[in-house]
Design a protein around this ligand. Structure first.
Ligand code: 13P
Ligand code: SF4
Length: 311
């Protein structure tokens, strides 16, 4: 009797499918994933794969972005429930109201947003390239949606060169952290480096030793020789670091750092999704064209859409 992993792998071969997995997913998903990483890396993989089917083990805005980048491929989201709380905090009406308050200023849109929102914005960004996108845009003022904390963090890094007007969205998972959590952890583990995601409240980021995207946090661990690290982002990153760096010690800043939406997908769901080819992402032509212009502008002003590396 074949194991579930074997069954998924043979279906992948039969259907010429790839599985892309975000590093916040349940760690068991990596057993079948072809590529595991952050949203920018996975976007590149979605664009460059020659597979016919992409199964996106992540949340819906990520699967939508894969569909935008690979319109001729079938893109499947194993669980329809997997949305993003932050992405759902903005809709087209509230975006238009926000833009009306600050007319004639370019709008930068975090990739954690629906295609309909991207379609109304000038340029997209991910947490890995938000700073470069805002810097390279060359504007004195920008609107930043939907994450207020990533927007504020970018503004701070630019030392007043750009005024960033932020929409009032946020990530409930990262916002569960309080500065007291960092202070407590510093007392318990004084030698541990605290690594935080810029979606955290600024009072938390300000106390961290390093602030960066999920990919940057993982690279920081890879490229430094400290013995202990405290992770202030979703638990999936902590789980993978613990698995991959046995010689180092990791602490999760809070047990509350779990994004329920990212945890929907199980191996069973991935198997069923591939077997039944559900749930397929579809987007209308007009929205897709406009959203694509927003994503293309991001690659134009940062790095071209080339590929490197594997899982
Ligand atoms: P990345 O851009 O690092 O993949 O993060 C996405 C996300 O949802 C963070 O909460
Ligand atoms: Fe959205 Fe936050 Fe979950 Fe990331 S961690 S997918 S921003 S709710």
């Amino acid at each position: 009797m074949d194991s579930l992993v074997e069954k998924i792998n043979s279906l992948k071969k039969e259907k010429n499918a790839v599985i892309l997995a975000h590093c916040y997913q349940n760690v068991e998903v990596d057993e079948v994933a072809d590529y595991v990483g952050d949203s920018l890396y996975l976007s590149r993989m979605a664009k460059n794969t020659d597979a016919d089917i992409i199964v996106f083990a992540g949340v819906s805005f990520m699967a939508e972005t894969a569909k935008l980048l690979s319109p001729n491929k079938k893109v499947l989201l194993p669980r329809l429930e997997a949305g993003c709380f932050m992405a759902n905090m903005i809709n087209v009406d509230s975006l238009r109201q926000f833009k009306a308050l600050h007319p004639n200023i370019p709008t930068v849109c975090y990739v954690n947003s629906t295609a309909a929102i991207k379609a109304e914005c000038d340029v997209c960004c991910t947490s890995s390239n938000a700073l470069n996108v805002v810097k390279n845009l060359g504007a004195k003022e920008v609107l930043f949606v939907p994450d207020t904390y990533l927007g504020k963090w970018v503004e701070k890094q630019l030392n007043g060169q750009v005024k960033v007007h932020t929409y009032n969205g946020f990530c409930p998972t990262h916002l569960r952290l309080r500065p007291e959590d960092v202070e407590k952890s510093r007392l318990e583990h004084p030698d541990s480096k605290v690594l935080a995601h810029p979606e955290c409240h600024h009072t938390v980021s300000e106390l961290a030793d390093f602030v960066g995207s999920t990919k940057e946090i993982m690279e920081y661990v890879k490229n430094t020789d400290f013995k202990e690290y405290t992770i202030a982002t979703e638990k999936g990153v902590f789980d993978r670091l613990q698995r991959d760096y046995k010689e180092k010690t990791f602490y999760l800043l809070s047990e509350k750092l779990v994004c329920q939406n990212m945890k929907w997908n199980t191996l069973d769901d991935i198997y069923n999704s591939l077997l039944r080819e559900e749930h397929e992402i579809t987007l209308d032509k007009e929205t897709s064209e406009k959203a694509m212009a927003c994503i293309n502008k991001m690659f134009e002003i940062t790095q071209p859409l080339s590929v490197s590396g594997g899982k």
